[in-house]
Design a protein around this ligand. Structure first.
Ligand SMILES: [Zn+2]
Length: 370
């Protein structure tokens, strides 16, 4: 296949081949309510924004300090500056910061949000197979608290075929000004991939119109990284699409009164949509308290969406529990080793052919010189 062929296929051969578990819808008699028992209020947090970085090569325009200052002015309780492949820290941040970076240097916009990062994974594949994407998720997850998929619908970065098979992502960015990804979230949930919702403004400057388009309300006990990540990891948060940081309805409580009896309490009347397995099943208009009774049979996840003319709140799902275990993609060793051996054999053959071809090339050179 030649030297170039060998070089190009090296990453493909080096990365293990994965065995992706089939769709495993949430199942069981009980329902998990991620907000169970929480009455502590919610903090306003943006988890995806860019400041100037990498000598201006990336799109961020403002200094990290200026970005953080802007979010503080917009009433945010905490912020993650998620520059590409770099954890940005401030000496005296004007608001609490979450250590984060965005991972993804590729043509398919397969970007990941890495939160609570202890170490940056610098490497990425320009084009990747699903096994490469899985390998990266596992690599990132081992060096951070949480990994999310950023704007999955953007250029098909992580489409339904991906989110139904990959594992090891904890969050999915449904609200992002460049792409909304309701479908991808429902695809993941329908396949039993328990990814909690996030929404972020992905701002690249301090300009007012870019900040506060989307964010998260996080049920954390304190505006500190540990508490915020703990709440996000449990799904005790909801995503907001608002207007310049403003929202005119808030969730105060999400309760399961009896098994499968759900109730959402709001601080103002709004339209509440109840979605079962990706389909709207009930709409309550102008209510500050909405109730829904989950179907006795069928129905693997139930989620609520709250709407007013200027606000949309995406609540995390209630999911069936008891007969469901989280799917985990594992390395398919026979296929992986066969791939390594095939590549080594090809490399050996290429070297052998090159050796036999070399003397002839020299002769041609000598003839030309003469
Ligand atoms: Zn991105």
């Amino acid at each position: 296949m030649g030297l170039w062929g060998l070089l190009l296929t090296a990453p493909l051969a080096a990365v293990p081949a994965y065995d992706f578990p089939e769709r495993r819808p949430f199942a069981g008699e009980r329902w998990l309510n991620p907000y169970e028992g929480w009455r502590g209020g919610f903090l306003k947090v943006n988890l995806h924004a860019h400041s100037a970085a990498w000598l201006g090569v990336t799109a961020g325009e403002a200094a990290p300090e200026a970005m953080a200052q802007r979010y503080a002015e917009f009433g945010f309780d905490a912020l993650a500056l998620s520059n590409y492949h770099q954890v940005t820290t401030l000496e005296a941040p004007p608001l609490p910061m979450v250590r984060a970076y965005e991972h993804g240097l590729n043509v398919t916009k397969s970007h990941r949000l890495v939160l609570g990062a202890t170490e940056v994974v610098a490497f990425d594949f320009p084009i990747s197979t699903r096994s490469m994407r899985q390998w990266l998720l596992d690599l990132l997850g081992a060096r951070a608290a949480l990994v999310g998929l950023n704007h999955p619908s953007l250029r098909g970065g992580h489409g339904c075929a991906d989110v139904e098979r990959l594992t090891g992502f904890h969050l999915i960015e449904v609200h992002n000004p460049y792409a909304t990804s309701h479908l991808e979230w429902d695809c993941a949930l329908a396949a039993g991939r328990l990814a909690w919702v996030v929404g972020n403004d992905d701002s690249h400057s301090t300009r007012e119109q870019g900040i506060g388009i989307a964010w998260n309300m996080v049920g954390a006990a304190a505006p500190a990284e540990g508490a915020i990540l703990e709440a996000l990891g449990r799904g005790r948060s909801y995503a907001v699409r608002g207007e310049r940081g403003r929202m005119d309805v808030h969730v105060t409580e999400v309760v399961q009164d009896a098994p499968g009896h759900f109730r959402v309490e709001l601080d103002a009347p709004a339209r509440v949509e109840w979605i079962v397995d990706g389909t709207v099943r009930q709409v309550d208009e102008g209510v500050a308290s909405a109730r829904f009774l989950a179907p006795d049979t069928g129905g693997h996840f139930v989620r609520a969406v709250v709407r007013t003319p200027i606000t949309e709140l995406l609540l995390n799902p209630f999911v069936r529990q008891g007969a469901w275990t989280p799917p985990v993609a594992t390395i398919d060793w026979p296929v992986t080793v066969a791939g390594w051996l095939a590549w080594l054999a090809a490399a050996f053959l290429t070297a052998l052919l090159a050796r036999r071809a070399r003397p002839r090339l020299r002769l041609v050179g000598r003839d030309q010189a003469a």
